[in-house]
Design a protein around this ligand. Structure first.
Ligand code: ADP
Ligand code: ADP
Length: 220
């Protein structure tokens, strides 16, 4: 079982004149087990920065972040806003490329492509797919590595409303099936309510404004 423990996280950027701007101002967050947490908040409130720090892409200025799975460090997968598929590889080769453990990768690739409804497109190249299909491949690719923790930064934001709605359904299905710890950044509250167990609302200035526990028994 994976956990994310964030204590007093502070992030500051320094401009060329040496002036510091604080973009995350003391974030405390504890997430454990098979939990889907959405981070919402206005543009500039630090959602992406928070995700980048949890993933290790960016450094922190203060506080701590601990990612654990049992008695070891947790593995982390990241789904970006655009799917960032390698254009010169087929869909299946894109999934193969990211595997840490090559044994059994073909079954995993087929399984996760099947969960997003695209098992029949494994031999296509990304340019032959629609934007929504490419993003589904990006999600299948991240899940296929089977990381303990999955981070997603507005994976549907470039897509039209119909496509993003159908993608939410695919994501819900793949998540229910694989049961990972997820941190999902979105500015779309409907999306957050549909998908999450918990919603963290960030306020301008990078503080947690509110935490909402979503009642899982209600129809979504
Ligand atoms: P959100 O994802 O909520 O829109 P971001 O995390 O992207 O917010 O950005 C939070 C704040 O940090 C913004 O004011 C942004 O301009 C600033 N910021 C982000 N990255 C950098 C950077 N590399 N250098 C300086 N400021 C940055
Ligand atoms: P392999 O894993 O088989 O060694 P490579 O990484 O060498 O694959 O790349 C396979 C092919 O893709 C090569 O022909 C290479 O020139 C091409 N390629 C590599 N990087 C890019 C890129 N950024 N854009 C387009 N084609 C690329």
């Amino acid at each position: 079982m994976a956990s994310i423990e964030i204590d007093g996280l502070v992030k500051e950027y320094q401009n060329r004149q040496g002036r510091r701007t604080r973009v995350l101002d003391g974030i405390d967050l504890s997430i454990s087990g098979e939990t889907f947490v959405s981070i919402v908040g206005p543009s500039g409130s630090g959602k992406t920065t928070l995700l980048n720090i949890v993933s290790g892409i960016e450094t922190l200025s203060g506080g701590s972040v601990r990612l654990r799975a049992g008695d070891r460090d947790a593995t982390v997968g990241y789904v970006f806003q655009d799917p960032r598929l390698l254009p010169w590889r087929t869909v299946t080769q894109n999934l193969k490329f990211v595997q840490r453990d090559r044994s059994g990768w073909e079954e995993r690739a087929r399984h996760y492509l099947d969960l997003v409804g695209l098992a029949h497109l494994g031999d296509r190249y990304p340019a032959q797919l629609s934007g929504g299909q490419q993003q589904r491949i990006g999600i299948a690719r991240a899940f296929s590595v089977e990381p303990d923790i999955l981070l997603m930064d507005e994976p549907f934001s470039h897509l039209d409303a119909m496509t993003s709605r159908s993608l939410r359904e695919h994501l819900e299905r793949i998540w229910l099936e694989s049961q990972r710890t997820v941190m999902f950044v979105t500015h779309d509250v409907t999306e957050a309510v549909q998908l999450s167990d918990r919603i963290i609302v960030l306020a301008p200035g990078g503080r947690i404004h509110e935490t909402i526990e979503v009642d899982l028994s209600r129809p979504r």
